[in-house]
Design a protein around this ligand. Structure first.
Ligand SMILES: [Mg+2]
Length: 379
């Protein structure tokens, strides 16, 4: 089977985060454009790849993502995508490795690696369809209904709003809830709304602090019994610094910003995290995730994949979660889209896997038409 064309589709869909006056919440800063959890966002983007073979089979992929999309789009359309046209699906491992090596000078993370991640995913989708089985089955996963955890957007460190939103998520049945707040008072308000006996609370701060600052705040958070504190240290690849903060005793998580499998390896070898969070559309796709899972198992570290996606990427993570223990819940954004790209995006605390062969991504084509902001066809 030959890869005939690759369509790159960037869509942007407005969403509601259920806040009463969202426009007044937080400060819209230019650099917030690259933080998917920023309180200034009104729309969520997805960068999708539609790969078509000479037999007419269609495989879908997703590349990271959000504010990086204009650059990842160029990486796909001008560099990575054309290198796959005319290649055989059966040779995908060799082709991926050849392209990885060819573009290694661009660095071990960033848009070029995101583009490759998207291609890897689409080729796995095709391989599973070709085998006539759902993706999880090809990967050796155990099918099950997945628990989802609600990943809340940032409410600008407003304790009242945090309390209200955590209560709302809890009322909807979520028992594992993650915040994107940095102030101890706002985090404490969440713990009031979700006591330890009622559920698990996680906090993602997106790399703001020095090692000293992070250690100080971890000390102050200790009594709140967080399931994890995510990416407390700047820069994100300061794995030795992260390992120092971990000594405070608050469980730490990281991995979404790791520079490929080697970056993940560094986190594990420094014993920097309690929970590893590889991101499928950033780290190198499904092939890289399988390597990460094996490394984490070797080091005895729990994996909870990062998943701030709403295109095919979310379904990929769902399939991958079937390779992990039952207590692993999958991340979904706690937002409501103006229109749904596919039904599973009406998030509930549990989700069933698609049973179709491959990834099972069946988007509403009219939604793609109506919300497309950039599109290119490579053939
Ligand atoms: Mg995060």
């Amino acid at each position: 089977m030959i890869i005939r064309s690759i369509e790159i589709i960037r869509i942007s869909i407005p969403f509601s985060a259920g806040t009463e006056s969202r426009q007044n919440r937080g400060r819209a800063k230019d650099d917030d454009a690259f933080n998917a959890a920023s309180p200034s966002h009104r729309r969520m983007e997805s960068l999708m790849l539609k790969v078509t073979t000479d037999t007419g089979m269609v495989g879908w992929g997703e590349a990271f993502g959000h504010g990086s999309n204009p650059v990842t789009f160029k990486a796909l359309s001008d560099v990575v995508g054309p290198m796959f046209i005319g290649t055989r699906l059966e040779d995908r491992e060799q082709t991926l490795e050849r392209v990885r090596r060819a573009v290694h000078g661009f660095g071990s993370t960033g848009p070029m690696v995101y583009a490759l991640s998207g291609m890897d995913i689409a080729l796995w989708d095709l391989a599973a369809q070709d085998a006539g089985v759902p993706l999880y089955q090809l990967l050796g996963g155990v099918p099950r209904t997945l628990e989802l955890y609600a990943s809340l957007v940032s409410y600008g460190n407003d304790p009242d709003e945090v309390h209200r939103q955590v209560s709302r998520a809890r009322d909807l049945g979520f028992r594992k809830i993650k915040l994107h707040e940095t102030d101890v008072d706002a985090i404490a308000a969440a713990r009031v709304a979700l006591p330890v006996t009622a559920g698990e609370l996680m906090v993602d701060v997106n790399c703001p602090w020095s090692v000293a600052e992070a250690s100080d705040i971890a000390q102050r958070l200790k009594g709140l019994e967080l399931t994890w504190l995510e990416e407390p240290v700047w820069p994100p690849d300061d794995v030795a610094g992260l390992a120092l903060v971990r000594r405070i005793g608050v469980p730490l998580s990281a991995g979404e910003n790791a520079a490929g499998v080697q970056g993940i390896k560094a986190l594990l070898e420094h014993q920097a995290v309690d929970v590893l969070q590889p991101s499928v559309a950033k780290v190198g796709g499904i092939s890289a995730m399988l390597q990460v899972f094996a490394l984490a198992k070797h080091h005895g570290v729990k994996v909870v994949p990062h998943c701030f996606y709403f295109g095919p990427g979310l379904l990929v993570v769902a399939h991958l979660c079937t390779l992990l223990p039952h207590e692993v819940a999958m991340e979904v954004p706690f937002i409501e889209f103006e229109r749904l790209l596919y039904p599973a995006l009406a998030f509930k605390p549990r989700m069933d896997l698609p049973s179709a062969a491959g990834l099972g991504f069946a988007p509403d084509l009219q939604v793609i038409e109506d919300y497309c902001v950039e599109r290119a066809l490579i053939d």
